[in-house]
Design a protein around this ligand. Structure first.
Ligand code: NAP
Length: 264
């Protein structure tokens, strides 16, 4: 991880605030946690199963001289585990005033499915992990944000929210729900100094996308005017923007981050 321990500039200084990043053991979440640590946030690195990877992220932040970071486990499909996650973060680091709802799953769930129980099970799990967890963890964090008259909430949604998916409607709907959730929060909480925004990536080079990218890389890249799929760091920078003073007037925005592959 490259150098600076202090904030990159005053406009990127996160002022020692606590940032909860869900799904920060790898991919976009890990890159975001590392970058927020460099920008002087105290990062709560959430993971589901990948403890060793989450600890590596914490150790990278420490090595770069960032403020104390800590790792927290929770299965985000469970109401109780989300409550425990919030409590443990508050007890260990303090109230998270910066929230990055990044953890997510992509599960194919085609309408050609003939087993309706299986369809419903995949549908509910996807909504619960991707969307409901973002609403629930936000609800738990809001009282402290209102007291502070400050909060920054970022949803890691997807291009799928707008482009739609043929064989993964449950995923696309969960991501459209996240964009809408940010907009609802933006209107409800803006008067209290709290903003909510979404980023909507296209293909990103992570474990989630790798099987598809490996199978049809040339085809995918040909659809992207910039000629490459995104890196996790491309996404982390956009998330940092919404958390930082640079985005002081952004509220309810959904930022496309797809290299120009889907414009609307
Ligand atoms: N990659 C893409 O092309 C792409 C495009 C658009 C949007 N996105 C969105 O970006 C976000 C991050 O994706 P990524 O590509 O970085 O994915 P990833 O590499 O698969 O990482 C997913 C993260 O979410 C955590 N997670 C998954 N299910 C969980 C659960 N039930 N409970 C707790 N944690 C859980 C994982 O934790 P553990 O490994 O510790 O269990 C992991 O840290 C997702 O919301 C995804 O939908 C990705």
């Amino acid at each position: 991880m490259d150098a600076p321990t202090a904030a990159l500039s005053p406009l990127l200084d996160l002022e020692g605030r606590v940032a909860l990043v869900t799904g920060a053991s790898r991919g976009i979440g890990a890159a975001t946690a590392r970058l927020l640590g460099r920008c002087n946030a105290r990062v709560a690195i959430h993971y589901g199963k990948s403890r060793a990877e989450a600890e590596e992220v914490a150790s990278d932040i420490a090595q770069a001289g960032g403020p104390p970071a800590a790792v927290f486990q929770a299965g985000l499909g469970s109401d109780d585990e989300r409550r425990r996650l919030h409590r443990e973060v508050v007890d260990s680091l303090g109230n998270p005033l910066l929230l990055v709802h990044n953890a997510g799953i992509y599960v194919r769930n085609p309408f050609e499915e003939t087993d309706d129980d299986a369809f419903l099970s995949r549908w509910r799990t996807t909504q619960s992990v991707n969307l409901e967890s973002a609403a629930h963890l936000t609800l738990l964090a809001l009282p402290a944000m209102r007291t502070a008259r400050f909060g920054r909430i970022v949803m890691v949604a997807s291009r799928a929210a707008f482009r739609a998916e043929t064989d993964a409607a449950s995923y696309a709907v969960s991501k459209a729900g996240m964009v809408s959730l940010a907009r609802c929060l933006a209107r409800n909480e803006g008067p209290r100094g709290i903003t909510a925004n979404s980023i909507c990536p296209g293909w990103v080079d992570t474990a989630m996308a790798r099987p598809d990218v490996a199978a049809r890389k040339a085809e995918i890249e040909a659809e992207i005017p910039l000629g490459r799929i995104a890196t996790p760091e491309d996404c982390a920078r956009a998330i940092l923007f919404f958390l930082s003073p640079l985005a002081s007037y952004s509220n309810g925005t959904a930022l496309g981050l797809n290299g120009g592959s889907f414009l609307h």
